[in-house]
Design a protein around this ligand. Structure first.
Ligand SMILES: [Zn+2]
Length: 177
């Protein structure tokens, strides 16, 4: 099982923003495009779940699944879809990036992470395709870890049913006061 190893060299997060209607119409389309590029054993299983979700939860605007060193988050924000993912995969997403196309983003701003357009919204629910959980990411200023402190896990801590829970192993965290 692949797990987050902390920050190892040559791996960091990578973000994309695509305009709805250009290549992808919704978060399902983006996930469907990206998941097979992981080339992981459970790709087919996740794609099947995606098809099911399209029917049962068509208005879903946040999807999450595992990727090499950090999870992939896909969120619809107004008429754009934001992707936060790990750069250790060849996603082939950059050509679709609307900000890069519009204003030659990198030469203007340098670091994508500094651009507010690339900030993943933390006030919305995501559906985790691998663990079938719905929740939102923990805010950085909370008194709870943002990653699970279980060494073999290192999953993201989410707010699920008003509790802080590791989305991967289910460990519950109580906020320090
Ligand atoms: Zn965990």
């Amino acid at each position: 099982m692949k797990t987050r190893q902390g920050f190892v060299s040559n791996s960091s997060s990578s973000s994309f923003i695509v305009k709805v209607g250009e290549v992808f119409d919704n978060v399902f389309d983006v996930a469907e495009y990206m998941i097979p590029k992981r080339e992981w054993d459970n790709d087919k299983e996740l794609l099947a779940k995606l098809q099911e979700l399209k029917t049962t939860n068509p208005s879903l605007e946040g999807i999450c699944f595992r990727s090499c060193n950090c999870p992939t988050y896909i969120a619809k924000v107004d008429d754009h879809i934001l992707v936060e993912t790990c750069n250790n995969h060849d996603w082939d997403m950059w050509d679709f990036d609307s900000v890069k196309q519009v204003d030659d983003f990198y030469s203007s701003y340098g670091d994508a992470d500094e651009h507010s357009l690339y900030k993943l919204p933390r006030n919305r629910d995501f559906y985790h395709l691998e663990f079938d959980k719905v929740g939102r990411e923990v805010d950085y200023d909370r008194n709870v870890p943002i990653w699970c402190d279980t060494l073999e896990c290192r999953g993201d801590v989410w707010v699920i049913n008003n509790q802080y829970e590791c989305v991967e192993c289910g460990k519950i965290f109580k906020p320090k006061k």
